[in-house]
Ligand binder design. Structure first.
Ligand code: GLN
Length: 185
């Protein structure tokens, strides 16, 4: 691509703005996206961390499921924490609806509650696990980019990427995960 890629960060809920300096440090354009017209105008999506149940409720309330499913099928997407939960094929604890974009199973809040949130170095970069899901199963088509405490935490399959941790909250720009994702576009 010759012009700057435009990265749409899904902005109904969650950690949206902290992505801006990382995306800009990679030479791409940040855009917070909420509507069908916004979705159609971007080259790739980040589904940010936040609360997957709240995101699901807002997607239903604004009737965005079908347009998002159509856009997500076509474009590169990186899901972070709650975003990983929305992208998974199967969600447990409890079972909930998802876009089924990656053949993985995730257990919500798999490290425990808020008190078990923690920082860890992944690929030499300090990231945050905040009420993170644990990826409990992956299909053979998944490439594991990083593991933590014995489970995959950063995975990809084609143009779909997921991380159970937040790199965007670390103020050292850009994170290796933003660099890797934007390099794919
Ligand atoms: N625990 C949240 C959920 O289940 C995810 C937390 C996060 O995105 N940091 O949706």
């Amino acid at each position: 691509m010759c012009s700057k890629p435009v990265i749409g960060v899904f902005a109904l809920q969650g950690a949206v703005i902290p992505h801006k300096p990382h995306i800009e440090a990679c030479g791409a354009e940040f855009r917070a996206v909420k509507t069908q017209a916004d979705f159609e105008a971007v080259d790739a999506f980040i589904l940010p961390g936040g609360e997957s149940t709240t995101m699901l409720k807002l997607i239903e309330r604004f009737d965005l499921w079908d347009i998002l499913a159509e856009q997500f099928a076509e474009k590169p997407i990186w899901g972070i924490c709650a975003g990983t939960i929305l992208m998974a094929e199967t969600v447990t604890d409890p079972v909930q609806k998802s876009f089924n974009l990656l053949p993985i199973t995730v257990r919500r809040n798999g490290y425990g509650r808020q008190l078990n949130s923690h920082h860890a170095p992944i690929d030499g970069y300090n990231v945050s696990f905040i009420r993170a899901p644990v990826i409990t199963d992956i299909s053979d088509s998944i490439t594991v980019l990083a593991e933590h405490e014995g489970s995959p935490v950063w995975v990809e399959c084609g143009n779909k990427v997921a991380s159970t941790f937040h790199p965007e909250l670390t103020m050292d720009y850009p994170s290796p995960m933003h660099k890797a994702f934007i390099a794919k576009i």
